[in-house]
Design a protein around this ligand. Structure first.
Ligand code: FES
Length: 98
């Protein structure tokens, strides 16, 4: 399952392969911050509390936009973090900088 925690709303939904965490949040009306949807604004930043292995690799945009320490702490950009095939439990919390 996919647990998404937005700024005031959370939901547990079925993870769909090939969708980004931001896509899933929008699909389920979760108030997930975002602006650009292409990996530059970082408004969609989120921390993966569980199941990072069920997401595709960190993208070039994320390497450019996030600090190495953030990547180590499990941060991803919601618009760049794509759900893999046969995903297990993923927990993601939207944590924009402001
Ligand atoms: S929405 Fe801008 S980086 Fe994801």
């Amino acid at each position: 399952m996919l647990e998404l925690k937005g700024r005031s709303k959370s939901a547990t939904v079925y993870p769909l392969q090939g969708m980004s965490l931001l896509d899933m949040a929008m699909k389920h009306d979760i108030d997930w911050a975002f602006s650009c949807s292409r990996g530059t604004c970082a408004r969609c930043r989120c921390q993966i509390e569980e199941g990072a292995e069920f997401l595709e690799e960190v993208t070039d945009a994320e390497w450019d936009r996030l600090e190495p320490s953030e990547l180590e702490e499990g941060y991803r950009l919601g618009c760049q973090a794509i759900i893999k095939k046969n995903a297990g439990t993923i927990k993601a919390v939207n944590r924009p900088y402001f």
